[in-house]
Design a protein around this ligand. Structure first.
Ligand SMILES: NC(=O)c1ccc[n+]([C@@H]2O[C@H](COP(=O)([O-])OP(=O)(O)OC[C@H]3O[C@@H](n4cnc5c(N)ncnc54)[C@H](O)[C@@H]3O)[C@@H](O)[C@H]2O)c1
Ligand SMILES: [Zn+2]
Length: 391
């Protein structure tokens, strides 16, 4: 099969969602796509290919015209075994109508987005989305700060609602039950990680949004009206637990609870520092207090001190940009959960640790953090959080 991808021209604008959709649709529907020569900055094209996660054998015949623009013909030989008959858009690729808020480029602006959800399979649960948390990871993804977002993107991975339909083999929940979905909607189900309930470490994990599902379609998250997910990735919600309050536990909750438990920072009498008092930080303080530890919130300014101490029950408050305060507290903490979403100095945090203390970095800044390879590290442990911790 051969499809002429008509002249997209220099006109395949950097962030044009429709063009991207058109290309994705064309890619999915054909074995070979050929195009007449088109002028398009190669780096944009390659980025677009990465965005749509198609890895064709790409043959380019090109003449370099100037530093950025190439004039080339391209042939894509896709690895699809059988070409499908029609190109499908996100709105028509599945039978169930859905809508949500989508980001179409790196601007961070969201607009209404119509798409579709798959029919409820025998192991699937469909539910009406009632609430969805807004995690900073959604913002990183909407702006493509980690470099693998696929537009249009419908974020949301702290998703809760009420079941509207279940497949014939579903046992965990029934219609009307409250449920939730977190960061993942799929994994291989067969590897050592999956068999140990560590699907978040499965190399074939499928993210709740901007991932590629087993049927080749892009996943869309909880900033939407309707969700469908395999039963295995559905969480049955406690009946007396409010959905709105609980939703953030599906990411912020597990991401902070799990390392506190995993690294033994869950014992009364220990001293735990929480860096950054945003979504994760709030929940971390509450868990650390509930475990009976002495909690120090570490923040760049005094502005959150009242909230930290009076509302969340933290015991101490340290201003990280105040060298005097930081230098007055060396070697005082058994562990630190760092939830900061942007690049920031971490050596001053290491200095706060007792010998063999643990600094756990769960924030996921756009750029790597720097950790110079010289003292003072007296055997402290620095641990970088993988996506979503599990206890
Ligand atoms: N490892 C995981 O599985 C996982 C899961 C969820 C979130 N995350 C990441 O954790 C981070 C926090 O998420 P959130 O939803 O709590 O975000 P948030 O925006 O609610 O909170 C971030 C906090 O960092 C502070 N901050 C921002 N820039 C700072 C800087 N330069 N120096 C010091 N403090 C700064 C903010 O004031 C805020 O208190 C994000 O990077 C997110 O992607 C990781
Ligand atoms: Zn999250």
């Amino acid at each position: 099969m051969f499809i002429q991808l008509t002249y997209l021209d220099s006109s395949l604008p950097k962030n044009d969602a429709d063009s991207a959709t058109q290309i994705v649709a064309a890619f999915r529907s054909t074995a070979i796509i050929d195009s007449p020569p088109l002028r398009y900055p190669l780096r944009h094209l390659l980025r677009r290919l990465r965005q749509i996660r198609i890895h064709p054998l790409l043959h380019l015949r090109h003449n370099i015209r100037n530093k950025f623009n190439l004039n080339f013909s391209l042939h894509f030989f896709l690895s699809l075994k059988k070409p499908q008959s029609m190109a499908k858009s996100p709105e028509t690729e599945h039978p169930v109508v859905a809508y949500g808020w989508g980001a179409r480029d790196t601007s961070g602006v969201f607009s209404p987005f119509k798409f579709s959800r798959r029919a409820t399979g025998e192991n699937d649960v469909q539910f009406k989305v009632l609430y969805c948390g807004v995690c900073h990871s959604d913002l990183h993804m909407a702006k493509n700060e980690w470099g693998f977002s696929q537009y249009p993107i419908v974020p949301g991975h702290e998703i809760v609602g009420v079941v509207t339909e279940v497949g014939a083999k579903v046992k965990k929940v029934k219609v009307g039950d409250k449920v939730g979905v977190g960061c993942l909607v799929g994994s291989c189900g067969d590897c050592g990680q999956c068999n140990s309930d560590l699907e978040n470490y499965c190399p074939k994990q499928i993210l709740t949004y901007s991932g590629v599902y087993t049927d080749g379609t892009i996943t869309y998250g909880g900033y939407s009206n309707l969700m469908v997910a395999a039963e295995h990735f559905i969480i049955r919600w406690p009946e007396n637990f409010p959905l709105d309050i609980g939703a953030p536990l599906l990411c912020a909750g597990i991401t902070t609870y799990s390392p506190l438990r995993h690294f033994g920072l869950d014992k009364p009498g220990l001293s735990v520092g929480i860096v950054g008092l945003g979504g994760l930080g709030h929940v971390a303080v509450k868990f650390a207090k509930a475990f009976g530890t002495k909690v120090t919130v570490i923040s760049t300014s005094l502005s959150k001190k009242k909230e930290a101490i009076e509302k969340l029950g933290a015991d101490e408050f340290l201003v990280s940009r105040d060298p005097e305060q930081m230098q007055a507290a060396p070697g005082t903490l058994d562990g630190i959960i760092d939830t900061v979403s942007a690049v920031h100095p971490i050596v001053p945090l290491v200095s706060l640790l007792k010998p063999n203390g643990k600094l756990i970095l769960v924030g996921a800044p756009e750029k790597p953090l720097e950790l110079p390879g010289f003292p003072p590290y007296y055997g402290e442990e620095v641990d970088i959080g993988e996506c979503n911790w599990r206890a």
